[in-house]
Every structure is written in C-alpha cells, then in structure tokens.
Ligand binder design. Sequence first.
Ligand SMILES: Cc1cc2nc3c(=O)[nH]c(=O)nc-3n(C[C@H](O)[C@H](O)[C@H](O)COP(=O)(O)O)c2cc1C
Length: 174
Amino acid sequence: MADGPAMQDVTFTPDADNARAFRDALGRFATGITVVTCAGADGPAGFTANSFAAVSLDPPLVLWSPAKSSSRFVVFAGARHYSIHVLDEAHAGWLNRFSRTGEGFHGLSHEITPEGIPAIHGALARFDCEQHATHDGGDHLIVVGRVLRASYRTGTPLVFSQGAYGAFTPYTPG
Ligand SMILES: Cc1cc2nc3c(=O)[nH]c(=O)nc-3n(C[C@H](O)[C@H](O)[C@H](O)COP(=O)(O)O)c2cc1C
C-alpha cells in the first residue's frame, strides 16, 4: 500500500523557541509506559513515566528519569528502593492516577515488598530496584536502579507515541 503524502522534513535547533518541535521529534520514538512507586512520607507514592530503559544485564540495571521540576522529585530521587511497573493495554486508567491530581493508590490492589516498596498487583512486568547511581540529566535526573527482583506475565503492552496511547500490534511479514 502506498504511503500518504510525506510531511516536509522539519529541521531545527532545539532551543527555547523550538521546544514544541523538539517534543514532537522526541514523540516519534514510541515507548512503553511505566508507573514507578516508592514509599513516600505520606504513604505510597506513584509516578507515571515513559523514560524507562534497560541499561545492563550483568549487573541487572535499568533507568528512568524524573523531572527536577516535579512536585514528587525529592521523594523519588531520594528513594533507596522503588518498583517500576510496565503497563499493559488494560492499564490506561493507571496513567491519570499517578499524575498531579490523580487518586493514587486509592482502591488499587497492592502489597508491600520486603524492602518496603508499595508494589501494584497486575503489572505486565515489574522491576523491584535499589538505587544504584544517579546522573545529572539537565532538567531531569537519570536514576539507575539495580534490579533486586523481576516478574512478568503474558499480555499486550501499552504504547505511547506522539502524545497518544495504543496497544502494540506485532508486524507479520508477508
Ligand atoms: C505517558 C506519560 C509519561 C511520562 N513520563 C515522565 C517521565 O519519564 N519523567 C517525568 O519526569 N515525568 C513524566 N511524566 C509526567 C509525570 O507523570 C507527572 O504528570 C508530572 O511530573 C507532573 O506532575 P507532578 O509535578 O505532580 O510530578 C509522564 C506523564 C505521562 C502521562
């Protein structure tokens, strides 16, 4: 099938005048979506994040990046232990729970891990981490975690690209 009309390539320097274009360019990279959780001073805390990435198999390391401007930055940047939950297509409702005005853990089935992390039941995959290192990442902090425990199940990951959410559909050649 022929592609539709190609959009003119947009080339720019990612400065303050082109912040929207820079976000749009970054949004061409599809990611999964995670919810990162840790024990906060006022109870369980969660943070919706698509900056998750695998780093190392041996030792087992992963990363995510909280914005320094986040109201929850201090809690998450300082957490010794945290869990990263990979969302599946049925978890779209979790996204708003863990944004600024969301209802958080209220009514959500969860357990407390031996490290004291509030871990939500039903994630497509879960990585229970101990903070390994942090690195400056401009207006974000790169938080590298050593995975202490991991789990996964079958399911369809929730995918995020260009500001939209969807379910992953495998490509079948031919
Ligand atoms: C799909 C999605 C992915 C996000 N990924 C990140 C992320 O990786 N890092 C980050 O700092 N904020 C991310 N956010 C924004 C935060 O979840 C949160 O909404 C934002 O920090 C504002 O709330 P706060 O100031 O109360 O933290 C993401 C939001 C959505 C909806």
